[in-house]
Design a binder for this molecule. Sequence first.
Ligand code: NAP
Ligand code: SF4
Length: 679
Amino acid sequence: MNADTRRATYETLMTPLDVGSHTLRNRVIMGSMHTRLETESDPIRKQAAFYRERARGEAALIITGGFSPNDAGLLEPGGPRIDDAHKALELRPICDAVHAEGSLICAQLLHTGRNARQDNCVGPSPIRSPINSRIPRELTGEEVWQTVEDFAVAAANAQAAGFDGVEVMGSEGYLLNQFTVPRSNKREDEWGGSVDNRHRLPIEIVRAVRDRCGSDFMIIYRISAADLVDGGAPAEEIATLAKKIEAVGADMINTGIGWHEARVPTIAYPVPRGAWRRAAANVKQAVTIPVVASNRINTPEIAEEILASGDADLISLARPMLADPHFAKKAREGRADRINTCIACNQACLDYIFSERTASCLVNPRACRETEFSDTPTNNPKRIAVVGGGAAGMAAASEAACRGHDVTIFEAGEKLGGQLNLARAAPGKSEFDETVRYFRTQMQEHGVDIRLGTKASVDDLAEGFDHVVIASGVTPRIPDILGIDHPKVASYDQILSGKRVAGQRVAVMGSGGIGFDVAEFLVTPVETSTQIAAFFETWAVDGEFATPGALTGDPLAPLADGRKVTMLQRRETKPGKDLGVSTGWILRNALRKHGVEMLGGVTYDKIDDAGLHITMGGAAHVIEADTIILCTGQEPVRELYEALCTQGVPATMIGGAQEAAELDALRAIDDGVRLAQSL
Ligand code: NAP
Ligand code: SF4
């Protein structure tokens, strides 16, 4: 079988695998994710619905979000824990729901150590994490042994609740990882110093869990395959730890990449697909038990390629399981083009979690809201017109058609996608192509009449439809400034759709999400943005994963760059302040590395041959620029809606047409799906 045929059928990905005394029906694992569903009302029912849907979608094994084995291990007060035998039994409906769909489920045991955001914060040594203001209290030797016991008790509690096993979390810079390296472990007792002593805690925990839970209970150890921090472990120590973990009874090793405090992006869209496979391959070479590859694997094609090449035995998908719970089933059925692909934006998963909201997904608003949406067909089918083939319009049309409505979508341009076709031009954001592909195939499958190159008029819509959905989107805002019509001025949509950027000196007016994307576009050659080698070079990652921490230098070191870019905004606030928590730091650092200047608190005076004239701090300045790009927000396009209302045609506006401010794909898709549910 040649490589292309194998990929089309995903033969390796779909091959069952024995892990310990269990058989996994395929090689797709749902990786651990914190959802915050446990903080909602009726949490067990909602978690059962969430995990059941992923099991129904044929993920062979589900690993839950982390449960702490004791008080000190909690990430935050009131976080999930599994140290009470009686309370742990309340989790049984979650296990039953997953088992009923033919999948396995393991509980992740997570002790956060010095990353804890609560006052009982402990660690191997009293060394503060750069991402936590708390200095951890050093655990006594006795307390470390108690921690071993706590893990064993937690595993036994999980077993009694019906879990098939546990994943012992040893990566991402949490407690067990903290013990393994001198960066955070300066101890001189039996838990620190030599490599054996630093590895003792994870080894003793796996040994204790095996002793307590017996041979049929699955034990997965999540190893840090690349720490990506100064003073991180070298490859030989990681391989040694993996061997010891196997020797004391683990059934499988999962791989984690990068401590949370690392300054290298590990999962967001700037990371090319499959970037970390070599780190998993290094671990696999050290052991005979199955090894799992994880992080930035979001299609069956890349998953199959990694497995078929022998780099790993299984694939862990976390966010892609939010985006499409039926990933594995669709891959098995040869319907990979129907998979709703995770675009690695982090906007509705990690960014929600960081702002203490329950996770969801930008491309799939149903994620973690399984009990809110209906999948039953409508009993009142209507003829629906959708105007605009951008994110909001496509989401509304495909959802309405799925529910049994007769849908026609009008798009004035020659292709679907709207603003997504601009966003996709930013480095790393070509993943948006998958979103357009997903909605297009959904619409085709459900019989939507797609009319491209068709600007719908009031006459087209006034008759023949029961309801009109206006998703006509936005148009770039052109600020009223002297010289705005100078030939050196271009708007972001012109630049992102291919207009040549003249000269090497560029001023970007507006420092919102689009201003940052445009600046990134100006300094990063698009052709290198999906190349793993170029990504590693930019962020000083050792492609062989051999150096300590897998770094070759300072990830934030400046890069040589030809173009001089200046970003501006009128507000005094820090430029980029409102970018997503989990991606903003990457964009800000990437631009700083390229020497992009960011100016706040400016007043725009005029534009002329010299460039952009501004006032800042009471003084006049000229930003000498060959090109000036407007990223100054958007205005809604809603003339058609107003005309329809005048004629009494039932219509609803969604997305940017309804509210241009802070419009993004997240709100657009959510608007579209929710409106279609209500029709
Ligand atoms: P935005 O984030 O609202 O930023 C608009 C920028 O234009 C601001 O810097 C604003 O700053 C400036 N501005 C507004 N009115 C102006 C005027 N009349 N004259 C001059 N400057 C003006 O909007 P956006 O950048 O267009 O992005 C649209 C949406 O997409 C946002 O919700 C954004 O969050 C989202 N998005 C996010 C990302 C990301 O997180 N990576 C990427 C792309 C888009 P001042 O008023 O201070 O000058
Ligand atoms: Fe993926 Fe973005 Fe959805 Fe998170 S919100 S699961 S990163 S598509």
